[in-house]
Design a protein around this ligand. Structure first.
Ligand code: ACO
Length: 431
């Protein structure tokens, strides 16, 4: 075996050489593309635990070391010095922008924030208690009906208008969902405000009185969006790539990504964390819930703990934990934010527990984000929507990378079939 190839030998002695592909960082990968042709077998890896589905230049994660890089830049540096709009530019175009490039990008996003009035009327069709993630997915999917003609997936020249529209309109759609749920009138965007200020304005302004934007709230949201912006081939991003690989309209592919994000094992965990903390209610109940999380006969898990890739710590969780302190200190603790003290107490117990230590289960990005959202007055059902707003830029960056790859092929995994063998149809009266 050379370092550049693996040799796989079947039980009957037939050998196949599998080339090794090397990235710029991270483990090498074994290219099994010719395996079926040469050996007549597929590989089996449910949940894609050891399978790379594509090559990508966008984001790098080292789960053992707790490293997260966007286009090579450590997320800690971006969180400390950058803004969400600048990070969005970086993820999409591969480089940090010049001042002129950033201004032009920012202006373009600010001037695409309004929704077609017809799209706004969709919201009248939803029940007052519809989950905002369902509304977000449906309305983003419907953008494919509005903007089909201005997008040709084979013409990269049209990709920017899709990109700017979806980034600009996501907060407006999210705010419309929020206003429907809260029974308040829809508030139109203000293009003089930056991305997060505008989001707060559309969420919380009412016609009856002036609304003062809280700068700490805007900064906290900006930070959360940076930290959620991309995370390589996670479930929702892989969904966007898979849907998009057929040549589907990218607004629909993003709608599929939103649906995937909603699940509690993925982006839905931030909502689940808050509901779990509410259920725990008091520090005296923590041991009972930790015991339940360890009990294999109980389906309860500590939400916000564990990650498929991070087995040491989640670097995003560290940054958010600090922001939690800042938000709660500067905005004043509302009556419902002792939640944070409960979360800290739960974290302390879990991190000292052998079960969590042995299985490398640490707080992930979602453990603290919900506490910040709650302190900002964002309702629990909107938490995953906030995640989706930040992650959209990652989904779009991956879609653009995939669709312009000259070697793009439709995503089409194989399976291990375990159903019945061939059998003959039996007439209804003979069954
Ligand atoms: N609480 C209790 N036990 C857990 C937890 C948890 N939160 N997470 C994992 N485990 C246990 C599992 O029961 C399993 O035990 P076993 O080996 O004895 O069977 C072991 O740890 C490994 O867990 P898997 O589910 O096999 O790990 P996987 O990588 O497939 O799942 C996941 C990762 C989905 C994040 C999981 O840790 C989980 O469900 N966490 C809670 C939900 C959550 O916080 N999700 C957000 C993830 S971050 C994001 O998407 C933004």
């Amino acid at each position: 075996m050379s370092k550049d190839a693996f040799t796989l030998t079947s039980p009957d002695g037939k050998s196949t050489t599998l080339p090794v592909r090397k990235g710029t960082l991270g483990p090498d990968v074994v290219d099994i593309g010719q395996l079926y042709k040469e050996q007549g077998v597929f590989t089996y890896d449910p949940g894609f635990v050891a399978t790379g589905s594509c090559k990508s230049d966008i984001t790098f994660i080292d789960g053992d070391e707790g490293v997260l890089l966007y286009r090579g830049y450590p997320v800690e540096q971006l969180a400390a010095h950058s803004s969400f709009i600048e990070v969005a530019y970086l993820l999409l175009y591969g480089q940090l922008p010049t001042k002129a490039q950033l201004d032009a990008f920012d202006t373009s996003i600010r001037t695409h924030t309004m929704l077609n009035e017809g799209m706004l009327r969709f919201f009248n069709g939803f029940r007052y208690d519809a989950h905002p993630m369902a509304m977000l997915s449906a309305v983003v999917g419907s953008m494919s009906a509005y903007y089909h003609d201005t997008l040709d997936i084979n013409d990269p020249g049209t990709h920017d208008i899709f990109t700017h529209r979806i980034l600009a309109k996501l907060p407006t759609i999210a705010a419309a969902a929020h206003k429907l749920t809260s029974g308040q009138p829809f508030v139109y965007p203000r293009n003089d405000l930056n991305y997060t200020q505008n989001l707060l304005h559309m969420f919380f302004a009412v016609p009856a009185e002036p609304y003062q934007i809280n700068e700490i709230a805007a900064q906290a949201l900006d930070l959360l969006f940076i930290l959620h912006a991309d995370h390589e081939q996670n479930c929702s991003t892989s969904t966007v790539r898979m849907a998009g690989s057929s040549g589907a309209n990218p607004y629909s592919a993003i709608a599929a990504g939103i649906a995937a994000l909603w699940g509690p094992a993925h982006g839905g965990a931030n909502e689940a964390v808050l509901r779990m903390l509410e259920e725990i209610g008091d520090t005296k109940n923590i041991p009972k819930f930790v015991a339940r999380a360890k009990d294999k006969s109980d389906s309860f898990r500590l939400m916000g703990f564990g990650h498929r890739v991070y087995k040491n710590f989640d670097p995003r969780a560290k940054i958010i934990r600090e922001m939690c302190h800042k938000v709660l200190a500067q905005m004043g603790r509302r009556t419902d934010t002792p939640m944070f003290d409960l979360a800290l107490a739960l974290e302390e117990v879990a991190l000292k527990d052998d079960y969590f230590i042995e299985k490398n289960l640490y707080p992930n990005v979602d453990f603290y984000s919900g506490i910040i959202y709650k302190a900002l007055g964002i309702p629990t059902s909107m938490f995953t929507v906030m995640f989706a707003i930040g992650r959209t830029v990652g989904w779009v960056a991956h879609w653009r990378e995939m669709i312009t790859d000259p070697n793009l092929r439709i995503s089409r995994p194989r399976q291990l079939y375990t159903g019945p063998k061939n059998r003959d149809y039996v007439q209804l009266n003979k069954r």
